[in-house]
Write a protein that binds this ligand. Structure first.
Ligand SMILES: CC(C)(COP(=O)(O)OP(=O)(O)OC[C@H]1O[C@@H](n2cnc3c(N)ncnc32)[C@H](O)[C@@H]1OP(=O)(O)O)[C@@H](O)C(=O)NCCC(=O)NCCS
Length: 350
């Protein structure tokens, strides 16, 4: 096919008079949905009492201020990619597809053992999703919502039919046991979702963004160069109150926008699955959004801890396991964290 509209004097780089071929275009699927979830948590149950000594804290303080009773952590020999593999295998099996049908593997992680190559390409190879496009997303606790946004767009644009979206973290590797700003919050786990074509709209438009003016609010204590020059091994830390206030004031607005963009009211929701950062943030969200009691609220943080990008798919997986009747209902999900970055969308639960 050629482009009959190319004028002879158009700046095409072609000689005057020659005709430029019209580029073929792909068309994707009209609708997408999450087909299935998979989950893997670290095998160790770590109670608050195991962590309070070096941070001069108490079981009572941690329960009251965060809602966490225990968190899951992985053993020394387990890497985040191992958790990702287990979660991915479950999601693919439940979705009823072959790994070879996956066109893109997206892993959101901040705890891959090397800066490059990606965890996603290693995972794709391990599960037989080859030669899928594969890359990691660095969007911390918003990474899963970012991944769902990309999966939705890829399938609608024809770039892939099925996309594997994973949040996988071994945060215990980047914890300083003496840091009282974040160490007691973090857990290890991976949550996976297979996104595919659908007969109905199963993923509403995403509301997402960033606020780099708070780049310093959560992150690592040192760069690699500073470490080499003698700084202690980099670990994670946060300005807890700054993040808390930002989450409660700004993220509620984002959650409301996601509902409006989806064209649904709080009373239309079956579930609310916010990032599992702090039970007080979750409860404040629910209050400010005016969620009716009929809406099931994910509180996986109480026994899993904060697993960053893995927290939303892990919490969704658990909700569906404990309440299978939620299947087919609407869930509002919102992730937010280091960057600062955020992403939210309403989805139909598989
Ligand atoms: C980290 C967090 C739990 C701290 O709770 P907080 O209520 O904000 O605590 P504050 O920093 O206001 O400190 C309150 C008091 O507790 C003390 N405290 C702080 N951390 C403590 C700890 N780990 N154990 C015991 N006491 C602690 C403070 O010293 C302070 O004592 P004071 O009143 O005598 O001065 C909370 O800020 C938080 O969850 N922030 C958001 C986390 C988040 O959303 N992260 C998202 C991305 S991962």
């Amino acid at each position: 096919m050629t482009d009959p509209t190319t004028p002879a004097d158009a700046p095409t780089g072609l000689q005057a008079g020659t005709v430029r071929p019209l580029l073929q275009q792909r068309r994707g699927h009209e609708f997408t949905r999450i087909l299935a979830f998979g989950a893997a948590r670290g095998e160790h149950v770590v109670p608050n009492d195991d962590l309070v000594g070096p941070i001069d804290s108490s079981d009572e303080w941690i329960r009251q201020r965060t809602g966490i009773i225990t968190r899951k952590r992985a053993g020394k020999d387990v890497e985040a990619v191992d958790l990702a593999e287990a979660a991915a295998r479950e999601a693919i099996e439940k979705a009823g597809i072959e790994p070879s049908q996956i066109g893109v593997v997206l892993v959101s992680t901040v705890t891959h053992t090397v800066a490059t190559p990606s965890m996603a390409s290693l995972l794709a190879e391990r599960i037989g999703a080859t030669p899928a496009a594969a890359y990691d997303i660095s969007a911390a606790c918003a990474g899963y919502a970012y991944g769902i946004a990309q999966a939705d767009s890829f399938i609608k644009s024809g770039l892939a039919d099925h996309v594997l979206v994973i949040g996988a973290e071994k945060l215990s590797d980047v914890v300083d046991p003496t840091d009282r700003s974040i160490s007691f919050l973090l857990g290890d786990g991976a949550g996976a979702a297979v996104v595919g074509p659908s007969d109905f709209p199963g993923i509403a438009p995403t509301v997402w963004g960033s606020d780099g003016s708070k780049w310093d609010a959560i992150g690592m204590t040192a760069t690699y160069n500073e470490w080499e020059a003698g700084a202690p091994r980099p670990t994670m830390r946060q300005a807890g109150q700054t993040v808390f206030r930002w989450a409660v004031w700004e993220m509620v607005k984002v959650a409301r926008q996601a509902l409006e963009t989806a064209g649904v009211a709080p009373s239309d929701l079956a579930a609310f699955v916010p990032h599992q950062a702090n039970i007080r943030i979750i409860d404040e969200f629910a209050k400010q959004l005016g969620l009716p009691e009929t809406v099931m609220i994910a509180r996986d943080i109480t026994t899993t801890g904060n697993t960053s990008a893995a927290s939303i798919p892990l919490a969704s997986h658990r909700l569906l396991e404990e309440h299978p009747d939620l299947s087919g209902g609407l869930a509002l999900q919102i992730g937010f964290g280091a960057g600062l970055v955020f992403g939210a969308q309403v989805v139909v639960l598989p």
